[in-house]
Design a protein around this ligand. Structure first.
Ligand code: IVH
Length: 668
């Protein structure tokens, strides 16, 4: 391919990928499979590497992110980013309406919108190209987070059509949909990282990450709700946003409505009060804006906020109760979490007895004392939290609370890293909940899949039959039978489940060890890269950092784990017990390309193969596994008792449903 041909191909690929990004992320109607999308992207990245002369900061390849560290530059907003006045009361909304009508005579139109609970962002476009993305900051200037924002697929880097102003800013909210948030926290928990308290914190934290490649892996999204500029396409807010939708922006029209009276505004508020809990993202209220820009001008601004808009916030249900004591839980990684014990109180349909307190800073911030009357709330999170203290009701007997300095389980003095909020018990190998936590992780379904209840682990631990994961492999039938509640059958079942676990392949065994920051994906990457435990143990931090997705933090954690003599001995005992510590060559080798470019979803249980075996057969033959059905799925392999929702979705999308036998024929 000569340079001219490469240039042509690059612009073609950029155009096609931009179109598919829009189909997928804005319209939610993908036209091609993820696999096809990834192959086109791969081709573009490779060509751009070969021909740096065609580099373009707005190429769709830039959305994959880069590893270059950034420092956020402070940038002044072209138009200040105002915040909104807000209220929780209908009366104050009526006052707002009266104030507006005093200034505006004649027809008045409001636009009602949802108030998205994320991070405000201002995007600047010049000649249809995204040039800058800046956070709100202090309203006058904010952080330049352009590189991170470019990884958000629903934000157009280049606008569609031609009828947009030469220069304008568009503002909106970057947020993390709840499903993405839950998944992210699950993964963080699995690898022993601190979880985010709610989707907003997670979105804000993600946007400020230095590494845009990590940002690109988090499913951030962005709704746009405000245009600023001198040359807007319509004299009305709503109609301007309608135009912006045509330029490629994600405008939340489903959650917007015009209203002619404050009565219609109340209807909107009531409608969404009921429905908002079933939305896939968090909202904390409704924003009401005057639609006509002329009217907005007439109304103007106070020092800080526009007079033409207001936010109505939904009340989160609160309850007032007594803080009796603070207990401390020690987790698998040694992190100590304070938990408040409260007088039982009913809140949003359930009785609340406990609330999470996160860490020592939180307790200090609230100024909590034992015996205080406190307010509890159920926010986006399931566990209620303490949001305030009723200082007036404080009795002189309330006791100042100081955070514990020793582990409540083993007495070891706690430690706190200067840049972390949590206290840790450093007695990793001697502290009972840490030991039990590691065993629980080891036996869990995605790890060694040993069929043993938490209570049984506790029982075995108390009877000193197990003190670490390797001890599981020397358990004997007669030892179990001597314990309470261990009938012949349960003892046999446990022994055979432990025996069965010896077949679990290396990547899962590595994940099971519970090395901090080594979740399922990283375990897979490491085991595929090194092929065996021996080689992995010999790797240095620098070598480990060459592995895809492994940074300094993970590499440091892995070497630290294997440097510890206790861990080396433990792992040796597991090797001696016969666990899989190397990759079976046949497991990684691709045996054919028969399924190349084909994507599969499997559902139900199968006769010849286990679900995992089926998945690995798909991969070995060049195919791709997906967890959910979308229009990009090519086949649903259904065993007995497949998920009814999956079947229905496959049928409605016209995706062929095949049996295990059909599948075997495909690869034979
Ligand atoms: S309009 C000048 N519309 O709420 C008007 N803001 O409390 C600018 N927000 O900083 C804001 N949803 O982060 C507007 N539909 C919406 C919104 C919204 C959420 C946030 C935004 C703003 C804050 C003000």
């Amino acid at each position: 391919m000569d340079t001219r041909q490469a240039g042509d191909r690059i612009s073609k690929l950029r155009e096609v990928l931009n179109r598919h990004n829009h189909q997928y992320y804005v319209l939610a109607q993908p036209l091609i499979s993820d696999f096809e999308f990834d192959s086109l992207m791969r081709e573009l990245i490779d060509l751009e590497k070969l021909h740096p002369e065609f580099s373009d900061p707005n190429s769709p390849s830039q959305r994959v992110g880069s590893d270059i560290n950034l420092e956020f530059e402070q940038v002044k907003h072209s138009y200040p980013m105002m915040s909104l006045g807000n209220t929780y009361s209908r009366e104050e909304l009526e006052d707002f309406d009266r104030r507006v009508r005093k200034v505006i005579s004649g027809d008045l139109e409001y636009v009602c919108e949802l108030k998205y609970d994320g991070v405000a962002i201002s995007l600047s476009y010049q000649d249809g190209v995204l040039v800058r993305a800046v956070t709100r900051g202090d309203g006058e200037q904010g952080d330049d987070v352009t590189r991170n924002v470019k990884t958000i697929r629903s934000i157009p880097l280049k606008l569609h059509g031609t009828n947009f102003p030469a220069e304008f800013d568009i503002r909106g909210e970057i947020f993390l949909p709840r499903e993405g948030f839950d998944k992210m926290n699950r993964l963080r928990e699995e690898s022993g990282e601190m979880v985010f308290a709610n989707p907003r914190n997670a979105a804000a934290g993600t946007l400020k990450l230095q590494n845009s490649s990590t940002v690109s892996k988090r499913p951030l999204d962005c709704y746009l709700y405000y245009l600023a500029g001198t040359d807007l396409p319509s004299p009305f807010h709503f109609e301007s946003l309608l135009m912006a939708k045509q330029w490629g922006f994600k405008i939340p029209l489903d959650y917007m409505k015009k209203a002619k009276s404050i009565g219609e505004v109340f209807d909107f508020i009531e409608y969404w009060d009921g429905k908002r809990k079933s939305l896939p993202f968090d909202t904390d209220g409704v924003v009401i804006k005057v639609n006509s820009y002329d009217n907005q001008k007439q109304l103007g601004f106070t020092a800080k906020i526009p007079r033409w808009a207001i936010a109505y916030k939904y009340k989160t249900e609160q309850a007032r109760t007594r803080l009796n004591s603070i207990a401390f839980q020690v987790g698998r990684t040694g992190a100590v979490t304070p938990v408040a014990n409260l007088d039982p109180v009913s809140l949003a349909g359930t009785v609340v007895k406990r609330a999470s307190l996160h860490n020592a800073d939180q307790i200090e911030l609230l100024g909590l004392r034992l015996g205080d009357w406190v307010y509890v709330e159920k926010g986006g999170e399931i566990i209620p939290k303490i949001v305030g203290v009723d200082a007036e009701a404080r009795s002189s007997e309330s006791q100042i609370f100081s955070f514990i300095s020793n582990c409540p389980e083993c007495g070891t003095p706690l430690q706190r890293n200067p840049d972390e909020a949590a206290h840790y018990c450093p007695n990793t190998y001697g502290c009972p909940p840490q030991i039990k936590g590691r065993i629980e992780h080891f036996v869990s379904r995605k790890a060694m899949d040993i069929n043993i209840a938490e209570a049984t682990i506790d029982q075995l631990f108390r009877h000193k039959l197990i003190g670490n994961i390797a001890d599981l492999y020397k358990l004997e039938y007669t030892q179990l039978r001597r314990l309470e509640r261990f009938a012949e059958k349960s003892a046999n079942n446990l022994i055979s489940s432990i025996e069965e676990s010896k077949k679990i392949p290396f990547p899962r065994v590595l994940y099971s060890l519970g090395i901090r920051f080594v979740g399922e994906t990283v375990a897979k990457k490491l085991s595929r890269h090194y092929g065996s435990l021996e080689k992995l143990m010999a790797a240095s931090v620098e070598e480990l950092m060459n592995v895809d997705e492994v940074g300094e933090r993970i590499a440091g954690s892995v070497t630290e784990y294997f440097a510890h003599p206790g861990n080396r001995e433990l792992v040796q005992r597991l090797v001696d017990a016969g666990l899989q510590f190397s990759i079976d060559e046949s497991e990684t080798a691709t045996s054919s390309q028969k399924l190349s470019g084909k994507t599969f979803v499997i559902s139900g249980s199968f006769e010849t193969f286990s679900r995992d075996e089926l998945k690995s057969l798909i991969e070995k033959n060049g195919g791709k596994n997906m967890s959910g059905i979308s229009s990009g799925t090519q086949y649903l392999i259904a065993g007995s008792k497949p998920g009814p929702d999956k079947l229905k979705k496959a049928e409605s999308l016209g995706i062929p449903i095949i049996s295990e036998t059909d599948f075997i024929q495909m690869i034979e």
